[in-house]
Design a protein around this ligand. Sequence first.
Ligand code: ASP
Ligand code: MG
Length: 413
Amino acid sequence: MALIVQKFGGTSVADAQKIKRAAQRVAQAYKEGNQVVVVVSAMGRTTDELFDLAHQITERPPAREMDMLASTGEQISIALMAMAIHALGYEAISFTGGQVGIITDSRHTKARILKIDTKRILQELDSGRIVVVAGYQGVDAYNNITTLGRGGSDATAVALAAKLKADMCDIFTDVNGIYTADPRIVPEASKLEKISYDELLELASLGAQVMQARSIEFAKKYNVPLRVRPSYNESLGTLVCQEAKEMEDIVVSGAAVTKDEAKLTIRGVPDRPGVAARLFGEIARHNINVDIIIQNIGSHGMTDVTFTVPKDDLPEAVDVAKRMKEELKAQEVSADSHIAKLSVVGIGMRSHCGVAEKMFSALAQEGINIQMISTSEIKISCVIDEAQAERALKAVHKAFELHKVGERTGVRG
Ligand code: ASP
Ligand code: MG
């Protein structure tokens, strides 16, 4: 008998009808002879609405009370899901995170799971019940309700699957699976049958909002077999797994473009030891996440430094940079929020060369100027003008023939 964790995201339980449909999937898996643990998110936009409500009361709601409030969304879903399963003639029992032994640290609104006591879940599964667990929440050592950050139901599902050594963790969502690029921008994008944890992690942090990035890291660490699949049809979606030999033949498996970063340049920075440490130390102290950094070769004792930060943090980053300009006796600070970051991702890059050249040529042919470049083992990113983002994504998708890649991942090894 296999143990399966099925997670349903907010859109898959957005109304009574959808909850009933999800319950049928659960019942189906149970009927096939599996033990089933169901993790649900809050219905539709419930969590957003709860956040709005809190902010209508006060600009800065205490984090502990935010968690008390936000966790109620999932409590509605578990009760309704358990009822829907009952109505189909199966036994189900719902639990909040705390009731089911999900213990977290005390960092309200962004807590991390420390341990899970699975005794109760196992008892219920053994007595033949389907167990329904509220995603996104736990309790700390003092029994305060905590939440795991936005999108945290994925973390609940993956952590439960790891702890219970589940045979599969199905992430049901409102897309068909993982694509070689966002199909709304690139209609020829192909669905990947299979992707490695590392590639998905890169794509998720590039704004492909399929799963919470932290939960993918966790799945990788504990080798949890995952499937990202649509809740509205029978497709198996995309399998997310450890990289396999044949995956290396696919040099690039996906491309993505994000517009949520901005670029900052400080010109005429004195070229001497300690300056970068001082500047980026100050930026970090303000909790601003820097992504790409470029420092030019200095001349006449001066250099220029350009870096990207999340767009939301740009005003604060500019303030810090202006203060640092004074302190370091630099010449000028300028900012540009009309940029986009285009990236290609693939584990095959480790063993193939010429990837960067192909990407740059594709952009050159479109007359698209590259402002910054950064690379990692399995990713190449270029910063370009925001207005050219979609065209650039299409060009790169075509250059790497990504429309054919989905098919090639079809052979499941
Ligand atoms: N309901 C929470 C959110 O919207 C958790 C989740 O959906 O995974 O962020
Ligand atoms: Mg959600």
